[in-house]
Ligand binder design. Structure first.
Ligand code: EPS
Length: 404
């Protein structure tokens, strides 16, 4: 369906480029391309990244779907070059390499925790480079570029999405409230994307220690979306629930092992009186007169956005490429051998937090397109205005809110 916002990406970590195709954008959306590169730069940063980020300097090239700065309502295609590609041209050639070429980088000892072994079994590969190249989180650059475009759609409706790191290697920090501008400025300035400077320092130390020990560390990030209208998602079908879609999108980021909305797993330990958010009325807000003193639901009730900030938290496992490798098995001999090791990151939680933002942005933009439809931004805005008018009328008719 043309109005269904969707995207797919292609590209190997050390191949020529990443490609993304994004369908279902309305026509007439202004897109500032420099902002895509800004988001790509944010994803590239972060304390604990390996040598690869010194090579890459990601730039998105939009090749279709736009004219004179605005979307056409047709599929939008973009590419991001891999600057490491010239070092891998023969190794990653899409055509058969010359006969003289002997791979120095064939991978035959799977890394515990990586897609290597399961992927070799699934696809029938002997050289597990054929698995790891696409399993690599390099592809998340394409998702972030897509998110940067979808974010510009959300901004047309005043919806904002931010994220911060709340745990690295077990060192925890609180997420700030969405309105705490100083907190978010500290997050933006922090190379671990943490707004608590003391915790950030300890996080850096933990990353340094892991690097010294040939080890890696994981952590958690939190994404928060504000000004999301009530009514996105649905309770009708499991696939339509906003929470199930956010969970799938964030779980789809490489290395994510858990996703929580609002209070998350803590709901299991508490009585209903301490979990559910009371409903109060603020009569000065005519179109949405409901106020919640708490937001344990993380902005979603029954799979539908309820007008409160949407809060998604995810846990990332430590990266499986260890320079002090774990025991494994060489696949052709089945003899024990330390796992494959190559250049990698020690910690990618700050980058994952930026990717998490992009995925939440995408799901919200998709749900927004579903609710407000239309072929152009103008159509969408008309549907948006009429929805808010309908809501305002509903509360006026119920006698709860007197018109001014
Ligand atoms: C990755 C390993 C590292 C990361 C890479 C993901 O790359 P390389 O093997 O080339 O050193 O830096 O992430 C990126 C390239 C990126 O852009 O995020 C892996 O194995 O998943």
């Amino acid at each position: 369906m043309a109005t269904r916002l969707d995207f797919c990406t292609a590209g190997e970590s050390h191949g020529r480029q990443l490609t993304a195709i994004l369908t279902g954008l309305p026509a007439g959306l202004p897109v500032d391309i420099s902002r895509i590169d800004g988001e790509l730069a944010r994803r590239q940063g972060g304390y604990g990244r390996g040598g690869r980020m010194q090579i890459e300097s990601d730039r998105a090239l939009i090749t279709s779907g736009m004219r004179h700065g605005r979307t056409l309502g047709t599929p939008l295609a973009l590419t991001i070059e891999n600057r490491d590609w010239p070092n891998w041209e023969q190794e990653m050639s899409v055509t058969p390499p010359s006969q003289a070429f002997v791979s120095q980088r064939a991978v035959s000892v799977p890394r515990p925790g990586h897609a290597d072994l399961a992927g070799a079994a699934k696809f029938g590969h002997r050289d597990m480079r054929n698995v790891l190249e696409r399993a690599s989180a390099r592809k998340t650059a394409a998702s972030v570029a897509v998110g940067a475009i979808c974010r510009q759609l959300l901004e047309q409706f005043d919806i904002e999405v931010v994220s911060c790191v709340v745990n690295i290697a077990g060192i925890r920090a609180e997420a700030g409230s969405p309105s705490d501008e100083q907190f978010w400025a500290r997050v933006a300035d922090s190379d671990v994307r943490c707004g608590d400077q003391k915790a950030a320092q300890q996080m850096r130390q933990a990353i340094d220690e892991a690097a010294q020990n040939g080890d890696t560390v994981g952590g958690e990030f939190e994404v928060c979306a504000t000004c999301v209208p009530p009514g996105l998602g649905s309770t009708a079908m499991w696939q339509e629930r906003l929470d199930s879609r956010l969970a799938a999108a964030v779980m789809g980021i490489p290395a994510i092992k858990s996703v929580e909305i609002g209070l998350g797993r803590v709901v299991a330990d508490c009585p209903g009186s301490q979990v559910h958010d009371p409903i109060e009325v603020d009569r000065s807000n005519r179109r949405w007169p409901f106020v919640r003193p708490t937001n344990n639901a993380g902005g979603i009730e029954g799979g539908i956005s309820n007008g409160e900030p949407i809060v998604v938290r995810a846990a990332m496992k430590p990266i499986p490429t260890l320079t002090q490798p774990l025991p494994s098995v060489e696949l052709s001999s089945l003899k024990p051998q330390p796992a494959h090791a190559e250049r990698s990151d020690v910690c990618a939680v700050p980058a994952a937090s930026v990717v998490g933002e992009a995925m939440v942005v995408f799901v919200l933009a998709q749900a927004l397109r579903e609710k407000f439809g239309g072929d152009s931004l103008e159509d969408m805005k008309a549907a948006w205005a009429s929805y808010w008018q309908r809501l305002a009328k509903l509360w006026q008719q119920s006698g709860e809110v007197k018109s001014k």
